[in-house]
Design a protein around this ligand. Structure first.
Ligand SMILES: Cc1cc2nc3c(=O)[nH]c(=O)nc-3n(C[C@H](O)[C@H](O)[C@H](O)COP(=O)(O)O)c2cc1C
Length: 153
C-alpha cells in the first residue's frame, strides 16, 4: 500500500470543495493500492511527509504568494525531510482570485530545493468561481493516485 499525502489550505467554502473533490478522486474505489491522507498545512509535519510516497499540495494565492499556512509547513519540514525525500512525486493546485503565477513560482522554487519531482504542471483555478473546478479537482486527485498505484511516478 502506498500513501498519497494531500496538504491543502482550504479557508473558504470553495477551497473546501476543491480539497474534498481532490480527496474524493484520490480515494476512488478502483484505486485500491493507495492510502490517502488529507491534512491542513498546520496539521502536517515532517513525519507525515517522511511516511508519504507522493504529495499533493493545495493553496490559495494571497498577496501574490502561497498561503502563510503552506509556507509555515515548508518552513517546518524542509530540513527534516531534505535528505530522505529527494525524488518524491509531487503536484500543486492553486485557487487564485485573478492570478496564481507568484504562488506557482514560489512553490516551484522550494520544491526545486527539496528535489521533489513534479508529476505534472501546477493546476491554477483562477477567476470567478466555476462549478467545473470541482470536476477538475476530482480528476487531479484521481490522476495522482492512479499514477502512484501503477508506478508511473
Ligand atoms: C488577503 C487576500 C489576498 C489575496 N491575494 C490574491 C492575489 O494576490 N492573487 C490572486 O489571484 N488572488 C488573491 N486573493 C484571492 C484568493 O486567492 C481567493 O479568494 C481564495 O483563493 C479563495 O477562493 P474563493 O474566493 O473562491 O473561496 C486574495 C484573497 C485575500 C483574502
Amino acid at each position: 500500500m502506498k500513501t498519497l499525502l494531500i496538504v491543502a489550505h482550504a479557508p473558504s467554502p470553495n477551497t473546501l470543495a476543491l480539497r474534498d473533490a481532490v480527496a474524493r478522486g484520490a480515494g476512488h474505489p478502483d484505486i485500491a493500492g493507495v492510502s490517502v491522507r488529507v491534512l491542513s498545512p498546520f496539521e502536517a509535519g515532517a513525519q507525515d511527509v517522511l511516511a508519504a510516497d507522493a504529495i499533493l499540495l493545495g493553496t490559495t494565492e494571497n498577496l501574490g504568494y502561497m498561503s502563510g499556512a503552506l509556507k509555515d509547513f515548508f518552513d517546518r519540514i524542509y530540513y527534516p525531510v531534505l535528505e530522505q525525500k529527494q525524488g518524491m512525486p509531487c503536484a500543486l493546485w492553486v485557487r487564485a482570485g485573478h492570478d496564481g503565477t507568484g504562488t506557482c513560482r514560489a512553490v516551484q522554487t522550494i520544491v526545486t530545493g527539496l528535489r521533489w519531482s513534479w508529476v505534472q504542471p501546477p493546476v491554477v483555478w483562477r477567476g470567478t468561481w466555476q462549478d467545473s473546478f470541482v470536476a477538475d479537482a476530482e480528476t487531479l486527485g484521481m490522476t495522482l493516485a492512479a499514477g502512484l498505484e501503477s508506478g508511473i511516478f
